[in-house]
Design a protein around this ligand. Structure first.
Ligand code: HEC
Length: 158
């Protein structure tokens, strides 16, 4: 078969697959459970920074953009949000939030917010000053030192 015939078939095949994956039920759960309790933000401005950079995946105030309804992006956004919330949820501070102790370190090392998130969410990109303010605020709010050696945190993982 020559390419002039093959290309339209590949395109049609891709369209069929794309349409087919839209009926997969996973990725449609765009619920935001109630906000039960937030941490005592210290200073209060910390909340605005965390809202910009963390809340989509670590709170019950997730903003679900239009493309989060379209598979396969919907699968990724649902997975990241549900996993993120299960690790630490700023809207359910009434529950123990053990992983919160790692928050300062995650921001310091640039591991949070996740690398692919900031290019699509420019508001989550913090200036160096804002990042410092978030680190200081998280440290005060969560009440952890943030200077744990990686060895210590390794040990805590196991
Ligand atoms: C795009 C979604 C997303 C954003 C935005 C995001 N996170 Fe996460 N976060 C995750 C996911 C998914 C995990 C679990 C997987 C992992 O640890 O990489 C996680 C894990 C964590 C953990 C637990 C790490 C551990 O020890 O297991 C902490 C703490 C955390 N995030 C803090 C933050 C903070 C603070 C921000 C904002 C500066 C933030 N995250 C922004 C998705 C996100």
């Amino acid at each position: 078969m020559n390419t002039t015939k093959l290309l339209p078939r590949v395109a049609i095949g891709a369209i069929i697959v794309f349409a087919g994956i839209q009926v997969v039920p996973y990725g449609r759960n765009h619920t935001n459970p109630p906000i039960v309790q937030e941490p005592a933000w210290n200073p209060p401005e910390t909340r605005a920074l965390a809202k910009r950079a963390c809340f989509d995946c670590h709170s019950n105030e997730t903003q679900w953009p239009w493309y989060s309804n379209i598979a396969p992006v919907s699968w990724l956004t649902e997975r990241d949000t549900l996993t993120g919330r299960s690790k630490m949820n700023f809207s359910e501070w009434n529950r123990p939030q053990k992983k919160a102790d790692d928050a300062v370190e995650e921001v310091q090392k640039g591991e949070m917010p996740l690398w692919f998130y900031t290019p699509i969410h420019p508001e989550a990109k913090l200036t160096p000053t804002e990042k410092e303010a978030l680190i200081a605020g998280l440290r005060a709010t969560i009440g952890q030192r943030g200077e744990k050696s990686s060895k210590e945190s390794e040990e805590r993982e196991h």
